[in-house]
Design a protein around this ligand. Structure first.
Ligand SMILES: [Zn+2]
Length: 587
């Protein structure tokens, strides 16, 4: 009897040391890419795969993460968590990645067991959330959402964060105003039955042009209709006599099938065509035309004024419809049919044989062709009766790269507007919140240890070591905001983020909320070394674009920041719980 032999598979796992070595190596590379992209002074990244192809120029976390490979399993966890955060808030990705990386990296350098660090991080997270949610939190700001100045400042603080947008101050102001107008117009009426997200209510299109100051906010949606063969489209809709309902709205019907008279579209499913080779085309044509004639009668009887079709409409059928006051927009494509469905409220029909019922129809108030910088669009304006307040921002930019980046920051700004209207609270931006938190943790370390000792079971010195490493993780992020070019300071009484200039200290903190001259006996110190720095009387000349006036305060969305802290500490703790990984990938 032959002996069977079992060959043990080679163990492809890693030891704990190898696991952390590989992880820290990948975290270090990602950390460098992310920290050098952070803030308005962040450097651009040119991303291209080793096989070549499209080059992405960006400093946005969303686009960087889409391009970067992630080899280590823990990196997958980090990147997935950041993507989830970005899907919800569209902002704060770079901060979140940096905090996660800094926490994991600093924990790996401590001679303290991981389970103790995890317990301590969880305690610190609770302290941070309590600090932010406390009414006495100095970096928590109640935002007056009725003040246009405050809301504009809030928008500007988001739009100025990405250098790839290449926006100057007047362009930022113009886009901020468009965003607020679009946001206000997107607020649903109290009678509206359907609820849309703001992302659905404010759409973006791109046109090439000289300056973002030419960008426009338009009511309704814009459909790129440059493929339409009609030469007189400019004047066509202006003189087109739409068949209208008594309330002056235009009734809409939508199809996602071809109405070009193709054999498979002309016959109901239960009819099988038997035709000879010679007479087939003739009979099909007459069947199709008969079907079209009946459809026109049905549409006329129901006062339909607009037919939208995802595919082609036969020119003869189109002419017959338009002669009867029914405007036809065909070749909408899969990209646009959903938008048209949303704005009109119509049901998209997959057959022209079904009985058309009242709930299949939608409505618009008007349709026009418009030109924006030599590009032609069909503008569908929603009916005021169906509560679909959808508007479009036509972004004018010189190139595709800046447009892609502008779209991302506009989406982040809209998301932040939604958050702030739900809860009119924000946190100071530009690192002021982080350094105020560091000051709080430094000044309350004894009381924090007394609260923590029953939960974390650490000696005082070990607790302080972990607390200090957490603070250093935050300070490192604030330093990267200045691209490590200027020394950062904080103030004993109020915290915030101040810059040490060559002969003095900045007049205002980075978020713009605190004025140095308004603080009684200010004492600044470097948060890294807890060293008090005497205030000098000389004042440097400071460029207005870098240190903003009081109206240009920099704020962060409260919900976004809280979530970023939560996700960063939770993901860091998950990473610290993993002691090795096993992969089936061949090495
Ligand atoms: Zn500040």
């Amino acid at each position: 009897m032959a002996k069977s032999r079992i060959t043990p598979e080679k163990y492809s796992g890693t030891t704990q040391v190898e696991h952390f070595g590989k992880l820290l190596n990948e975290l270090s590379k990602l950390g460098t890419v992310i920290s050098t992209s952070f803030g308005p002074l962040g450097r651009l990244k040119f991303l291209q795969t080793s096989q070549g192809g499209h080059v992405t120029v960006t400093s946005s976390s969303k686009r960087i993460l889409n391009q970067l490979p992630s080899g280590h399993p823990v990196m997958h966890i980090i990147i997935s968590a950041v993507r989830e955060h970005l899907a919800r808030f569209d902002d704060g990705g770079l901060f979140l990645i940096q905090l996660t990386i800094n926490l994991i990296t600093s924990a790996s350098r401590l001679s303290i067991p991981n389970h103790s660090i995890i317990a301590c991080y969880e305690f610190i997270l609770k302290c941070c959330i309590d600090f932010f949610q406390s009414d006495t939190c100095p970096c928590r700001i109640n935002v007056d959402i009725s003040s246009i100045k405050t809301m504009l400042a809030f928008m500007k603080s988001i739009l100025c964060t990405k250098p790839t947008c290449t926006l100057n101050d007047s362009e930022i102001s113009h886009l901020s105003l468009l965003l607020i107008k679009g946001f206000v117009s997107a607020i649903p009426s109290p009678t509206s039955q359907e609820q849309f997200s703001l992302q659905e209510c404010i759409q973006f299109i791109h046109c090439y042009g000289e300056s973002a100051s030419e960008s426009k906010l338009l009511d309704g949606i814009l459909i790129d209709n440059s493929f339409t063969l009609r030469n007189d489209r400019d004047s066509y809709t202006n003189k087109f006599q739409f068949l209208r309902l008594p309330d002056n709205t235009i009734r809409v019907i939508l199809f996602n099938i071809s109405l070009a008279g193709d054999p498979e579209d002309s016959l109901p499913e239960n009819i099988t065509l038997i035709a000879t080779k010679d007479d087939r085309s003739l009979k099909l044509s007459s069947i199709a035309m008969e079907r079209f004639r009946r459809l026109i009668e049905i549409l006329k009887a129901n006062h339909v004024g607009f037919v939208g079709c995802q595919k082609c409409v036969h020119p003869t059928f189109k002419l017959a419809l338009e002669t009867n006051g029914i405007f036809v927009c065909d070749r909408l494509s899969i990209l646009n049919i959903g938008k048209v469905k949303k704005i009109t409220g119509a049901t998209v029909l997959s057959t022209s044989f079904t009985e058309i019922k009242d709930h299949h129809f939608g409505a618009i108030s008007d349709a026009n062709y418009i030109h924006i910088n030599n590009k032609c669009f069909l503008n569908l304006i929603p009916s005021k009766y169906n509560g679909r307040n959808i508007s479009t921002i036509a972004i004018i930019s010189k190139d595709e790269t800046s447009c892609d980046e502008i779209k991302l920051v506009l989406a982040a700004a809209i998301n932040s507007l939604q958050q702030i209207v739900t809860n009119a609270v924000a946190l100071c931006g530009s690192g002021c919140t982080e350094l105020t938190l560091v000051r709080y943790l430094q000044q309350n370390r004894e009381s924090l240890f007394n609260s923590a000792k029953s939960q974390v079971q650490l000696t005082k010195s070990k607790f302080f070591t972990i607390l200090d490493s957490f603070q250093l993780s935050l300070i490192k992020i604030v330093s990267s905001l200045n691209q490590n070019e200027k020394e950062i300071l904080t103030e004993v009484q109020h915290g915030h983020h101040w810059i040490k200039l060559s002969r003095s200290i900045s007049d205002r903190c980075r978020c713009g909320m605190k004025n140095r001259n308004e603080i009684k006996s200010p004492t600044f110190y470097s948060p890294k070394f807890d060293e008090a720095i005497p205030v000098k009387s000389e004042v440097d000349i400071v460029s207005t674009s870098y240190y903003r006036s009081n109206e240009n305060i920099v704020l962060d969305s409260f919900a976004m920041k809280i979530n970023a802290y939560h996700v960063a500490i939770s993901v860091a703790n998950i990473a610290l719980r993993i002691i090795n990984t096993v992969s089936d990938a061949q090495t």
